[in-house]
Design a protein around this ligand. Structure first.
Ligand code: 5RP
Length: 240
């Protein structure tokens, strides 16, 4: 990643904190190298007294540690003061298609990310323009979180759907990546375009699949950091 691109990730993450967060909100804290800038800026806004009474809900051990370091109060989603509902979540994405369907899970946090997005009234995605694609799952594999016992059976079922699954291996530990929820991840590449809505449901119908990284139902507001340094937006359809 160029240093320019990391500057762009910082700019879009910080912008989301300044534009979308107000005092008193229950806020989902996304995961990844873009969302981290949102968390850090949110911490600064709280420390400066610009906003107060924020209840954060983390989507991963990464965002939990970052939120603690930034001085943001972190709660469980089922804490009585959060009550399973969030005003907003700000998170990153691996790919975004023109209909604002997403893939997530490059950081292995897709399960909690999807639960938090489901709980949030508003989903804001921060990303750089390299994430914009015509078709999901071809340039960047789709993460599928599975229970260990289903590694072979789920892999074969995914192959029948046209995907090529590969067990995600850890970098500084021998063996598989184990998620925050204690599961394994299959990274599934596709050669041909598919219907993301149908594929999200079909993968999740395979026994042993806990969740997959296709996000087709969260109607996100996408903020894109462009290579020229400007931000552009893909806005959600108005709710009827
Ligand atoms: C983690 C995610 C991330 O949001 C996604 O991988 C994007 O990360 P980054 O902003 O570092 O490119 O889904 O599970």
């Amino acid at each position: 990643m160029s240093s320019d691109m990391s500057e762009h990730k910082k700019a879009v993450g910080e912008y989301a904190a300044e534009r979308f967060i107000d005092s008193g909100m229950r806020v989902g804290l996304g995961t990844g190298s873009t969302a981290v800038h949102f968390i850090r800026r949110l911490g600064e806004l709280i420390a400066d007294g610009d906003i107060s009474d924020i209840r954060g809900v983390s989507t991963s051990s990464q965002s939990l540690l970052e939120a603690r370091a930034a001085g943001i109060g972190v709660f469980d989603l089922d804490d009585p003061t959060v009550d399973g509902e969030l005003d907003i979540v700000v998170d990153g994405a691996d790919e975004v298609d023109p209909q604002r369907n997403l893939t997530k899970g490059g950081g292995g946090a897709l399960l909690m990310e999807k639960i938090v997005a489901h709980a949030a009234r508003r989903v804001v995605i921060v990303c750089d323009e390299g994430k914009l694609v015509e078709n999901l799952g071809i340039g960047f594999p789709i993460a599928v979180e599975i229970v260990r016992e289903a590694r072979l059976t789920a892999s074969r079922a995914i192959q029948r759907l046209g995907g090529r699954p590969q067990l995600r291996l850890a970098q500084r530990k021998m063996g598989a990546v184990i998620t925050d929820g204690g599961h394994m991840i299959l990274d599934v590449a596709f050669e041909r375009p598919f219907d993301p809505v149908a594929m999200e449901a079909e993968i999740n119908a395979i026994p042993g699949v806990v969740e997959n990284g296709l996000f087709t139902r969260c109607n996100p507001h996408v903020i894109v950091a462009r290579a020229d340094g400007e931000l552009s937006e893909m806005k959600p359809a108005a709710r009827s």
